[in-house]
Design a protein around this ligand. Structure first.
Ligand code: GLU
Length: 494
């Protein structure tokens, strides 16, 4: 029987979900989903000092935003103390942990000496063989201490990583040292366990079969393997992901501070106008390629195509241009109802009504021109109100001409008489008018475009007019005529 895959994402609630964290979460989720397995969330909230209250919600919201889901209620480490204590008793019974009483200053001095003597900068194991009676007496006296794990003195621990390989996965036990499994403990306090300890207990207890996470945890995997062994648990398979580089440096949360245009938080990217499906698409490509080399994928495509054996070992480069390009593709290809709901908050922010009856049609017309959701309010502005100004260069080129007034007068007159204001009919009317006036469309069209939208570029004239309606279209053509007359533009050209 093949084992049921179970993966997890284990965020520390120290802030928002950043794009690097999203990649980890996404790969775990995609792997589980593509294998018919389960995906769960564990909130690593034992470090109260670094805890940010709103961040659990924010992280979960960001995951939901890109379309991820999970198979059980999130587990919180802060609620699992009893489980950790039971495991602690097991290690004590086996004589695999011991209390060590050195102060921070003493530890630092030991570290300095070790480094000066070119020995591994790990704990000296000074307290490892302290007789239990003595240790007990010190504890009873209330001397602060941490509990350490007895790492074998010799040999090595090898992480059989599914992606990494070679020397970087071999850890001499002497280098690992007797690592602390608790924070410094004062009399009367509850024991507080550290990361490697709780992660191992939790992954074993939660039946996690595959641990996919950043390469910075490769060394931790060695410590975790020692703990699995101590409890006689079968370890999961580990897969450590290479770094994400931006401009040649490890991408970090600080990148946002140095350049506000490129936030690393998932929510802020969304607020900037990146569509959730594009965020998932681009982030999935930071270390993974599809077998068919296609790079433009919806979340469903990703689920279908994802497999661990297509992950790469080299660091991934975060490329803003590519991200933007992928975003533009999603804007153009996503379901239009969904696009509309993504665009609405941006319109509201700009003071435009998000419920205009013609909005879906207008969004359809301008979507080819928008690379970011945030570009929609501007692209749609002339549907909301008549142009307040006309592009200066275009005025010079198209309004300042002996034909502009005539073009506007003739066309608006004919449009007012049109009984069926449909795209086809308008199209035919424009064609006929150009012909009757003996003009080229390249001279005729831009005058109307400028009058209707204030711009040199826009979707097709007939399409724009249908959205604006007959009255508004005619009104705009007449307003442009008045503008031309007021500024003597036709005669200026003559
Ligand atoms: N809470 C850890 C982190 O955010 C999780 C590491 C792990 O997946 O084991 O880095």
């Amino acid at each position: 029987m093949t084992e049921k895959i179970r993966t997890r994402y284990a965020p520390s609630p120290t802030g928002y979900l950043h794009l690097g964290g999203l990649r980890t979460a996404l790969y775990n989720w995609l792997f589980a989903r593509s294998m018919g397995g389960e995906f769960v969330i564990r909130v690593e909230d034992t470090d109260r000092a670094r805890h940010v209250d709103a961040s659990v919600d924010q992280i979960l919201q960001s995951m939901k935003l890109v379309g991820m889901d999970w198979d059980a209620e999130p587990v919180f480490q802060s609620e699992r103390h009893d489980l950790y204590m039971r495991h602690f008793e097991m290690l004590r019974e086996k004589g695999l942990v011991y209390p060590a009483f050195e102060t921070m200053e003493e530890l630092e001095a030991m570290r300095q000496t070790a480094m000066a003597e070119k020995r591994p900068a790990v704990y000296s194991r000074a307290a490892r063989d302290l007789p239990w009676d003595e240790a007990k007496a010190k504890i009873a006296e209330g001397i602060p201490h941490v509990w350490r794990f007895k790492t074998p003195l010799e040999g090595e621990t090898v992480v059989n990583d599914m992606l990494m390989g070679g020397d970087e996965c071999r850890f001499a036990n002497a280098q690992i040292g007797d690592f602390a499994i608790t924070r410094p403990h004062n009399k009367g306090e509850e024991l507080q366990f550290l990361y490697n300890y709780v992660v191992t207990v939790d992954d074993a207890d939660m039946g996690i079969t595959h641990v996919i996470r950043g390469v910075e945890h490769l060394g931790n995997a060695a410590k975790q393997l020692l703990l699995y062994k101590a409890w006689d648990y079968t370890p999961p398979k580990f897969l450590h992901l290479p770094l994400i580089l931006k401009n040649g440096k490890k991408m970090s949360k600080r990148d946002t501070d140095t350049d506000g245009r490129f936030p690393v938080s998932v929510t802020e990217r969304h607020e900037l106008g990146y569509v959730p499906s594009a965020i998932a698409n681009y982030i999935a490509l930071l270390g993974w390629t599809a077998a068919d080399d296609n790079e433009l994928m919806t979340l469903d495509d990703l689920r279908e195509k994802f497999s661990l054996d297509r992950l790469g070992r080299s660091n991934a480069n975060f490329d803003e241009d590519k991200f933007l390009h992928i975003n533009a593709w999603h804007i153009r290809h996503m379901d239009e109802g969904q696009l509309l709901s993504e665009v609405k908050p941006f319109l509201e922010k700009s003071g435009y009504a998000p419920d205009a009856p013609w909005l879906k049609k207008a969004v359809h017309l301008v979507k080819e021109r928008c690379n970011l959701l945030a570009e929609f309010p501007d692209a749609l502005s002339y549907f909301y109100h008549a142009p307040e100004t006309y592009e200066e260069k275009a005025v010079e080129k198209f309004f300042k001409s002996e034909i502009s007034d005539d073009v506007l007068e003739t066309t608006s007159g004919r449009l007012s008489a049109l009984d069926d204001f449909s795209e086809d009919k308008i199209e035919a009317l424009l064609k006929q008018t150009v012909e009757d006036m003996g003009l080229k469309f390249g001279k005729f069209g831009p005058v109307l475009r400028l009058a209707l939208t204030g711009r040199m570029q826009s979707p097709g004239l007939a399409e724009v007019m249908v959205v604006l309606g007959a009255d508004e279209s005619v009104k705009r053509l007449q307003a442009a005529r008045e503008y031309i007359q007021r500024h003597n533009l036709s005669s200026a050209a003559a």
